[in-house]
Design a protein. Sequence first.
Length: 134
Amino acid sequence: MKKTIKVVGAIIENENSEILCALRSTSMSRPNLWEFPGGKIEKHESVSEALKREIMEELGCTVELQSVFRDDVHEYEDVIVNLITAKCRIVSCQPNAVEHSKLIWLKRENLNSLKWAPADVPAVLNLVAEMARK
């Protein structure tokens, strides 16, 4: 039986309506795929607490959770990932790629130009659709 891990992903939008995208490094599982920054939720943590901790570790920034966006489950070959994506705003600092190979800011209409980790794809599609409705 595959292990299920619960993770958070931060959808961070800047003042130019661009969304932060993070490229997984070659030392990470599923390398060279794009994702929303974040990571595992520890047993004692809420979604908000996990997001704040993970974004501080991965980007060196403080964020504030605005709203949970999606709650998706994706089954990989080796693990089942329950990814909770949440819209956040940066409270302090500028993001730096501490663990990722690269960070870029993209307009919603350009998000599909990247090769995303499969678990992140439903949120990406939802963000692009959300933009089309505006």
